[in-house]
Ligand binder design. Structure first.
Ligand code: URA
Length: 256
């Protein structure tokens, strides 16, 4: 493909994701809010200070009218369709939309499907996924209690890092997914998830361990389970991070 043809294609992708992002913002009632904020490192120290979104126990008539979390999620999935918005469509085997309870109070967001996930169409089912399942169990929860998804819905070839245009294409669907779920807390697994969701480029080592704000929802960044497989010493820090999540959810800390 000629250079200017590639540029035109990239511009088309960017224009389409911008259009989708504007539609999402309109749905959320905060048109173009992201243009005003830019990069930020929004630390939330007290949850009282959050502009709290409607929680699971405080459903509005509007939310019910929209059909509840499950129906809203299904609409997002339907709109994603057999997605061809970026070039990952050419190499993926399955779209990995996400799975878990539509009523989940806790949502884990990872980076992108790997080989096992691409094959099965499910998030976090490979080695890193098995470790994530263990972390969830250690938190006193089951996989079915939470919701698990990724920044990208398709596997990048050879598990390379997501490209900005791929994130831009996929992000509107993640935003809608999170809006449909309205969890009480989000756990961002690894730098890509944390940086994308809180629009920060601060290293994960500095972000982890404290809550940040995602659209009024407390978000805890922590290390990706794949990083833990390579650096088991970091499990202690992840355990500290997830205990803070459990405290926030009002669950008794496992082992205490
Ligand atoms: N790593 C991720 O970030 N997501 C998955 O679904 C699997 C591995």
């Amino acid at each position: 493909m000629a250079d200017n043809e590639i540029e035109r294609k990239e511009l088309r992708i960017l224009a389409n994701s911008l259009k989708e992002r504007i539609l999402v913002d309109q749905e959320l009632g905060a048109p173009l809010s992201w243009l005003k904020t830019g990069k930020k490192d929004s630390v939330v120290n007290t949850f009282e200070s959050l502009p709290i979104v409607v929680s699971k126990n405080e459903k509005t008539g509007g939310d019910d009218a929209a059909g509840g979390h499950g129906a809203m999620l299904e609409r997002v999935r339907a709109d994603l369709g057999d997605c061809r918005r970026c070039k990952l469509a050419g190499s993926r085997r399955n779209i990995v939309f996400g799975e878990g309870s539509p009523e989940a109070e806790l949502v884990f967001v990872g980076e992108a499907p790997g080989g096992d996930e691409d094959l099965q169409g499910k998030p976090f089912v490979g080695r890193a996924g098995q470790l994530l399942t263990k972390i969830i169990l250690a938190m006193g929860l089951k996989r079915e209690d939470v919701y698990i998804c990724n920044i990208l819905k398709c596997r990048p070839p050879q598990n390379r890092n997501p490209l900005p245009e791929e994130i831009a294409s996929c992000e509107p669907f993640l935003i809608r997914q999170l809006e449909a779920l309205r969890p009480r807390v989000i756990c961002a697994l690894g730098s890509f998830a944390a940086h994308t969701l809180i629009q920060s480029d601060v290293p994960i080592t500095a972000l982890r361990g404290r809550f940040h704000d995602y659209q009024g929802i407390p978000l805890m960044p922590t290390y990706h389970p794949a990083y833990l497989l390579r650096n088991p010493g970091a499990k202690k820090q992840v355990w500290e991070d997830v205990q803070k999540i459990m405290e926030l959810l009002g669950k008794k800390k496992a082992g205490t």
